[in-house]
Design a protein around this ligand. Structure first.
Ligand code: GLN
Length: 231
């Protein structure tokens, strides 16, 4: 069947602050590309859900401990994760960038990170990338649970750089987060909606069917346009 079980209220975990994918508006309501896509898909497919903004690693932990049925959190579809989770079709392309304080003219490449601290966010693709080059370039990692705290560590100068997804860092910079990008983007994975492997199969099927429908109807593009201004 293409419509949801009428009694079931799916628990969907998400990040807390990962604009433009999920963040709170001035009234404290959760908004963003992920939030709107999920709402549009649920409406299209007729299922109910409860949104739990937990933070990225906490959302993944909730999924693993059965406290969430699915995660939508700008979550990258990586080969390693595919061993544990089933992902929807990709709905947004991403990549990892290094950002430094807008006033920093000393850090221009990974070579300049030697002996310095670098901020990363627990459990993310950006953290994995930084971990993979930390020894080579001789920097120390400092971990944060939320993107804004990671940025703050760079702005205050404790860390000299951080690694974040390009769509999120680009958006943040355009909103004046005090950072700038100084290196080329590293290839990253596209975002998908995740469930535990072989669980909540009907939810994943509805997500994919709904995603296809909202792309076809123009609703998906409308959501992107709402959050990302085209230059
Ligand atoms: N796309 C990154 C990942 O999946 C970061 C996600 C996030 O911080 N919400 O690891």
């Amino acid at each position: 069947s293409s419509s949801g079980d009428g009694d079931k209220v799916y628990k969907i975990a998400t990040d807390t602050t990962f604009a433009p994918f999920e963040f709170q508006d001035e009234s404290g309501n959760y908004v963003g590309i992920d939030i709107d896509i999920l709402a549009a898909i649920a409406e299209d497919q007729g299922f109910e859900y409860e949104l739990n903004p937990l933070g990225f690693s906490a959302a993944v932990a909730a999924l693993e401990s059965n406290q969430a049925d699915g995660v939508i959190a700008g979550m990258s579809i990586t080969d390693e994760r595919k061993l544990k989770y089933d992902f929807s079709e990709a709905y947004y392309d991403s990549g990892v960038v290094m950002a430094v304080s807008a006033s920093n003219d000393e850090i221009k490449s990974y070579d300049d990170l030697n002996g310095k601290k670098v901020a990363v966010k627990v459990g993310t693709e950006g953290a994995s990338f930084a971990e993979s080059i930390a020894e080579t370039y001789g920097f120390e990692l400092v971990y944060f649970d939320e993107s804004p705290f990671m940025y703050e560590d760079v702005v205050t100068g404790n860390s000299v750089a951080c690694f974040e997804d390009y769509p999120v860092m680009g958006y943040g910079i355009s909103k004046g987060n005090g950072l700038k990008i100084v290196t080329e983007m590293e290839k990253g994975s596209s975002y998908g909606f995740a469930v535990m492997k072989d669980k909540n199969t009907e939810l994943l099927e509805m997500f994919n069917a709904g995603l296809e429908n909202i792309i076809e109807s123009g609703k998906y593009q409308e959501i992107l346009d709402k959050y990302i201004s085209v230059e």
